[in-house]
Design a protein around this ligand. Sequence first.
Ligand code: G3H
Ligand code: 13P
Ligand code: ZN
Length: 311
Amino acid sequence: MPLVTTKKMFEQAYEGGYAVGAFNVNNMEIIQGIVQAGQKLNAPLVLQVSKGARAYANHTYLVKLVEAAVETTGLPIALHLDHGPDFETCKSCIDGGFTSVMIDGSHHSFEENIKVTKQVVEYAHAHGVTVEGELGQLAGVEDDVNVSEEDAAYTKPEEVEEFVARTGVDSLAIAIGTSHGAFKFKPGTEPQLRFDILEEVAQRLPGFPIVLHGASSVPQEFVRQINSLGGALEDAIGIPEDMLRQAARSAVCKINIDSDLRLAMTAALRVHLSENPGHFDPRQYLSPARAAIEAMVAHKIKTVLGCANKA
Ligand code: G3H
Ligand code: 13P
Ligand code: ZN
């Protein structure tokens, strides 16, 4: 099976009351860890590449690695651009073999967001590629964009029908209180998501796939492990997994997870190197890091996404 778009994947997720995991990829070990979990649990996958990932690993390397993942697993896998900043980046990914792109115009005015999103949709659809747009703004850091808590803005449900109708997007990312990165809520605070906004959006867009970004849960055992071995992570809590499960049962068809993979990988590396100070062969310390990614993705598929056996 070649790379797939998100179209059928999301139709099935919407009908089935589950979500597909969209995991960020930056190198071979991350890709292998994710797809090994997907293969064992027979789950569809979105492998997503940010602007920063393309700058780090090179577009062609990432495409070829993801093609290898498809070839070796036979899983339905979409290769997706995460947070496409402009038309040119989206076009370059469409021309370069991606099957799905996000155009993130969420920091623009409503009219500007519509304009650039529509431009991407027209080009993408002419090339058989699906498009994710975004309305509302998440707090946190992604690439070189840093949105403060004060500048974050919930999605306005009254805008979604016009945005979808005028742009022709295939899915819509909304802001309901999740945020990017490993520092989401201060310890001791009560994490809250605006499920009322999600429900109203779902009612206004029946059958339409919604996307949730910033959905890492920030497992405390990894934060503690990293910090006890010389790390300096700020104390923070993530999105409770029961809330994500609730979202996955609703119109949310794609849930984006990156920070939890980073935490799992970093904790495994630190533990391995502290227990084996003499190791200097990358295969020795990258093997447990890859296994940690696999375990994290398997956990998400079973506990949060509900997409096991849906490939
Ligand atoms: O939302 C952003 C993702 O976590 C990707 O992060 O831009 O540092 O690659 P990155
Ligand atoms: P996290 O930082 O919560 O993992 O979110 C990742 C994301 O939304 C990628 O687009
Ligand atoms: Zn995101």
